[in-house]
Design a binder for this molecule. Sequence first.
Ligand code: ATP
Ligand code: MG
Length: 377
Amino acid sequence: MIIKSLSVRNFRNIASADFIFDPKVNIFTGNNAQGKTNLCEAISVCFGKSFRSTRPAELIPFGSAEKQTAIELSFTFDSMPDKENVIRYEQKGSRCRLKFNDIELKEAEKLYGALRYVLFIPEDLYIVKGDPSVRRDYVDFVANMINRVHNVKLYEYNKALKQKNNILINMEPGDKSAALMLESWNDTIAKFGVNVMCGRIRHFGSLSALAARFYGQINGGAEQLTMRYESTVMGETPFTAEDVELMYDTYKRRLTETYERELKMKYTLVGAHRDDVSFAIDGMNAKDFASQGQIRSIAVALKLAEAQMIRDKSGDLPVIILDDVLSELDAVRRSFIINHIDEHQVFITSCNLADTDKFENGQIWNVSGGRFELKEG
Ligand code: ATP
Ligand code: MG
């Protein structure tokens, strides 16, 4: 996919901006709080959903009398480079409309499913350094990106888990009927839990192999990234998404083993909801030992892996938006990002013009007070 042009009217601090984009790399530089992330967000809104806000009223410029905003984005799919498609977003007050080639879309999120793009925002660093829940959410996001049934499976699992935990919370000691109900919930949880684990594991192999490859490219081959899915059910036992019976039997055994402790803790102690992902650089755990630049490089490698997975699935190269990605990276890593993400169209923001001194091919826009100016030469 290539975004050809974008027009933004009255969106956050951007009063009016029009762009014809470079098919390869577009860099936006400017001081803090000038409108770089707002521009990235305007693109995400056209793709169905703001990555920053769920409240449309926040998108309207402060103090605006008309309380309306409009964005128009034109793009081509790689398979039909001559057919230009137009997405138009219009908002009046908190009423939003999204049109795709003049056809109104009732549920904008459907578009989000169809038009994939890849986004890095600084919060993505928490995939590496944050709590296990962030990493679980991330592997669920990747699994769902490839197969949308995954979120249904996850919903079923979480619902069953909640029911079981409610019994644990309210159960009196020696309550036999509650104990029987717990046993029955454990069957359900093991079944749904295996579904969730399979959904995650099925794509984890590609994600980790691709991320390792891109991590090597970002740092010039000096370091090696390895990723591992850490299952509270399977422990050190090796398993693949095909080992459904082994997983189910182990799941049930582990739930039985932890039963007494669960009664005390009033919580389900093992299962898909407690799993994690570990990252290691040259064998050292990244969460504990990696530098800021290494953590950032892992996050970028994951994003490039996502892009490749989308491409493998859809045949279309998604656009990549990298917001505030260059800070903390050395010259080798910066140069890779601005010059060597070859095939995709890339949008990069940076507060530091010097970050782009080795920029070889593409456009640079200066951003100031919500105004965008294309840098000549
Ligand atoms: P940084 O380098 O710090 O990330 P940025 O250029 O990405 O900065 P943005 O997040 O795009 O900055 O925000 C630019 C400005 O837009 C901020 O000052 C913010 O307060 C302002 N802003 C956000 N929402 C609105 C709105 N609804 N109306 C007007 N201004 C807004
Ligand atoms: Mg920003």
